[in-house]
Design a protein around this ligand. Structure first.
Ligand SMILES: *[C@@H]1O[C@H](CO)[C@@H](O)[C@H](O)[C@H]1NC(C)=O
Ligand SMILES: *[C@@H]1O[C@H](CO)[C@@H](O)[C@H](O)[C@H]1NC(C)=O
Ligand SMILES: *[C@@H]1O[C@H](CO)[C@@H](O)[C@H](O)[C@H]1NC(C)=O
Ligand SMILES: *[C@@H]1O[C@H](CO)[C@@H](O)[C@H](O)[C@H]1NC(C)=O
Ligand SMILES: *[C@@H]1O[C@H](CO)[C@@H](O)[C@H](O)[C@H]1NC(C)=O
Length: 468
């Protein structure tokens, strides 16, 4: 069976770059091996066949046979074990000669620069991207806690927003206000390619060929592609602060009656199998930002079609925010921007307007920067899974990336439908017809995410809907 192929997991030997040494064969009875391997297909050498991961199960009947994390209790109060050496701690790294690296020690003063930093994209003729100094044994190179920095003017002067408050919270030390949330045309260069191909999946460009990246990112070359809230000037209506509702798909939303409240925000973010029709009272009807990876979108369309998910929400105000984890995403974004069929790979010959509508334009498309996703993993969701053989398939969930991106883009954030400590009281999704327990997969750490949402809520950085 093809799914029984070996998973090549990232290994590390001291004093060298990434060395792949560990070959793990995932074995198990056929009855359950299909589903997990669909999701955990690892770093095979053939990127076209790798689906890597998804929080969207293909076959809900198999839920009792899902992989579980070994010790739930250990993640309820995450110690961020290896992360303690990093958070707010710059001693592990020395910024590289270019100003592309960025550490937690950046100045707290908000950026007021009116020009974009020359550092963007490594366009200043250096021959390499930032070079990480040899790192302490506590931090293997695959972590890569150094990121591009951009100097962009703040969109608002909100005095009561995340950015003005974060310094006073426990998150102050790890929050990077100049990290690019989105990647766009200027970000692709040979230097950046050398730097980012060190990191696989959603955390870098490993396995994506240079021409594919250039062709995809060059379509993302307008201000709308680099700004999350690109139409703020036409929306602000005198408001000093941007208000965003971020809507997960959790069962806590069922019969919540929160629809109107959600829709009253300036922006409404949704993700993956976001079924709206029939649930407007509870989840609202607007979508300004829809976040997905090509893999999770295709899985959602497969898994939740019967529950009413027919594809990404379509409306004049909807933007599509790709979480790239594979060359599939770069191929699809290019096809969508140019109204051409996907040229190769799993979605070959597919018509992108089937997913994003006939009037999709490049200006409606955005794509998370792999530095941003890696930063979220390293500084907010550094799961113990990174110390196991599953480290290479671990990433924050799509919903977590969406929520943390909102916290880096909006002044005020309300989160709905995200996991809460009483999650067992609710079905997995608000649109489930019958109670269906939340599923845990080794490629995500949803208990750690749940704890993070509690901490962000308690720190006053967002408002988390908890049904009370
Ligand atoms: C930085 O890391 C070192 C070594 O892990 C640790 O001793 C020190 O307390 C940390 N500093 C901060 C500010 O966290
Ligand atoms: C914020 O305030 C500064 C200084 O008063 C001003 O130059 C800038 O235009 C303001 N920005 C916005 C988005 O209002
Ligand atoms: C992006 O747009 C700028 C300005 O219009 C242009 O100079 C540049 O060549 C474009 N970049 C790409 C990759 O198309
Ligand atoms: C704009 O603000 C005014 C006054 O605050 C309010 O009456 C009006 O409904 C707002 N318009 C929109 C489109 O939100
Ligand atoms: C959740 O369920 C537990 C027991 O099943 C119950 O004690 C508790 O009150 C419930 N909480 C809510 C918010 O319904």
């Amino acid at each position: 069976m093809a799914f029984n192929s070996k998973l090549v997991l990232a290994g590390f030997t001291a004093g060298s770059l990434l060395v792949y040494i560990l070959c793990v064969k995932l074995e198990g009875p056929l009855s359950w091996s299909i589903e997990p391997l669909r999701h955990f297909h690892g770093f095979s050498q053939e990127p076209n066949s790798s689906s890597r991961d998804s929080e969207e199960p293909l076959d809900r009947k198999n839920s009792s046979e899902r992989w579980s994390r070994p010790s739930p209790a250990s993640t309820l109060h995450p110690q961020l074990p290896s992360a303690t050496a990093l958070q707010g701690n710059t001693s592990a790294h020395t910024p590289a000669p270019t100003s592309e690296t960025q550490t937690a020690a950046e100045p707290q003063a908000p950026a007021r620069s009116t020009s974009r930093s020359a550092a963007v994209g490594g366009t200043r003729g250096s021959t390499r991207g930032p070079t990480l100094k040899p790192q302490r044994s506590t931090e293997p190179p695959f972590i890569g806690d150094a990121y591009m920095s951009e100097d962009v003017p703040a969109q608002t002067n909100c005095t009561d927003g995340v950015r003005s408050r974060v310094a006073q919270t426990e998150f102050g030390g790890r929050f990077l206000r100049h990290i690019p949330v989105l990647q766009w045309a200027n970000h692709v260069s040979r230097d950046q390619y050398l730097r980012l191909t060190q990191y696989p999946g959603a955390h870098g460009w490993e396995g994506v060929d240079y021409n594919t990246l250039v062709e995809a990112l060059s379509v993302l070359n307008s201000s709308a592609n680099r700004q999350m809230l690109d139409d703020w000037s036409s929306r602000s209506n005198g408001s000093e602060c941007t208000r965003c509702a971020v809507v997960g798909n959790g069962g806590i939303l069922k019969e919540s009656g929160k629809g109107q409240e959600i829709d009253s925000h300036h922006y409404v973010f949704r993700t993956n199998g976001a079924v709206i029709k029939g649930f407007e009272q509870d989840v609202g009807s607007r979508t300004t930002h829809y976040t997905f990876s090509t893999n999770t979108l295709m899985n959602s369309m497969g898994s939740y079609a019967g529950l009413g998910f027919t594809g990404p929400p379509l409306s004049q105000e909807t933007r599509y925010v790709f979480l790239p984890e594979h060359d599939r995403d770069y191929l699809l974004v290019k096809a969508a921007a140019t109204h051409t069929a996907v040229e190769r790979g799993r979605e070959r010959a597919k018509d992108p307007t089937k997913y994003f509508g006939e009037d999709v334009t490049a200006e409606k498309l955005k794509m998370y920067h792999p530095d941003f996703t890696r930063y979220l993993r390293n500084r907010f969701l550094r799961s113990g899974t990174l110390k196991t053989k599953y480290k290479s398939i671990y990433r924050p969930t799509t919903g977590a990336v969406m929520l943390l991106a909102a916290l880096h883009s909006c002044d005020q954030v309300s989160a709905y439908g995200f996991m809460t400590p009483d999650y067992k009281n609710y079905s997995d999704h608000y649109y489930d017809r019958n109670y269906h327990p939340v599923g845990f997969y080794v490629n995500h750490d949803m208990r750690m995410e749940m704890t993070l949402w509690q901490q962000l809520h308690q720190a006053g950085l967002m408002r988390l809907y908890m049904h009370k």
